[in-house]
Design a protein around this ligand. Sequence first.
Ligand code: 5GP
Ligand code: ZN
Length: 116
Amino acid sequence: MDTSDDCLFCRFTTGDLAPDVVAESELSLAFRDINPQAPTHVLVIPRRHVPNAVALARADAGEIADLFDLAGKVADAEGLGGHYRTVFNTGSGAQQTVFHAHLHVLGGREFTWPPG
Ligand code: 5GP
Ligand code: ZN
């Protein structure tokens, strides 16, 4: 699988560093965000190093499908009752800070819309 030596999240997928993993599949890894913005705040990442969600979809549509499948399993395991937010930030202007695609799964509190 494609990884990048200087990428924090690749160091999680290779086992070089150990986040608080809550679920995994052959293609994806889910772990708790270190700075949670909700009672449940899990990041779901592809094992493949790609910079954002669109790049992942273009590289392998099956991998982004697996990412959402794992996100749904995490939401169920966390007892969110089908009420949660899934977010991909793309680009620094949208507050992306880690340039390895990751899906935020947030739940366990009320949300507002628009998000601000
Ligand atoms: P972004 O802003 O790129 O959409 O999201 C990056 C997320 O990664 C942030 O929510 C941030 O809290 C989280 N994060 C950054 N460094 C670490 C880390 O070392 N471990 C974990 N578990 N999460 C991290
Ligand atoms: Zn990476």
